[in-house]
Design a binder for this molecule. Sequence first.
Ligand code: SF4
Length: 435
Amino acid sequence: MDITIFSPGIYTYGAMLIGGVLRDAGHEVTLTRTPEVPEGSLLLASLFSTQHLLDPKIRSLVRRHRERGGTVYVGGPVSAVPEIVLRELAPDAVVVGEGEETVVRLAEEGASETLPGIAYLDGDQAVVTAPAPPAPIDRPLPLIPEDIGSQSIRGASAYIETHRGCIGGCTFCQVPRFFGREVRSRPLESIIEEVKAFRAAGAKRLSISGGTGSLYGSHGCEMNPGAFIALLRGMAEVMGPKNVSAPDIRVDCITDEILDAIRQYTIGWVFFGIESGSNRVLRQMGKGATVREVEEAVERCREHGLHVAGSFIVGYPGETERDYEATKDLVAALSLDDVFISSAEPIPGTPLADLVIRTPRDKNPAFMPHTGEYRALHLTESEARCFDLMMHADMYRPQIRLVTDEVYAAYLAEAKKQGEDIRAATELILRYAQR
Ligand code: SF4
């Protein structure tokens, strides 16, 4: 069968993996980042953002392909709430959860109530079949596109999956909901074979995805630093240490040997999801870490000669001015090498989405008009904090970055864009919560 996998904007690892599974099942598979699909091809849209459900180009692609008699299936992280996907995009079916095994049967047999792990509309009724068991963690080589070397996601040609699941329970995050809280690690040989294939296809740098990199090889809550170090060493032997990064790590999942290995076998950066400088907000977010632990982790990384980047979330429902000031203080005190700021985004199916549903609009920072310092810019409270923290962070980097007019305009545009997207996602969630 001729199958086109559409992965909007970037070749995600998930789309490449599904491509490899379908290729090995004997199908002719093409991977594309643009919303185009040849007539007669089965379209599989691999969608990873709520915004994809609202994107006019993607909506039109699905509609046109079905009008021409084509079949469209949708999978990926958006499948967490399949009814939203069914009613917003109207595909033939949704692959729910881990889809490696489901997708092969779906392509060959079509949707039916006897196929686990799918959802489809029967008239106006949404049918969600029994959950499919978690997919086997070992898998065929992904379908790696010829132009993978041209892709750069935070500097990496691709983020490869070394394990699934996360022991954390952050309220805003889909990882533990999609993949579970039990960590399942791939065999090292299989990962290294894949790294070699990526390199042969032209990948310049590879990064490790999967929530917290250093959980690779762990059992329950017991970390296995030896497994993670062997993974980094193996990847560096193929790619060269300057072409490996292991960025996302929980502040409570580091040891001295892990940090030494990151310095020796990677580009030498650690990326912490810090989120807030307020312990109250961190507790609400279910981060499982305190401000003190963050400070200690950053200090420890520096002692090991590593660069540290951190992400922060502003505008979490209930975040007070005092909480936000605590975040600004922490940003100043840590003086991180790089900082990423985002406004709290309620991803459907997460506890944060449930909280947003329960939060009155006039108490939700994504909708509350900002009445402080930036009131002339007509921002919401989330947008104002996002914008303000971006500029604030620049003042406290190890090398000061001047906020020029261009930088000011870019930060303002980014904060507003995030605000618009979050309000659109919130409206969507609220619409379905009322059904
Ligand atoms: S630690 Fe990271 S991957 Fe795990 S739940 Fe929290 S944000 Fe998600």
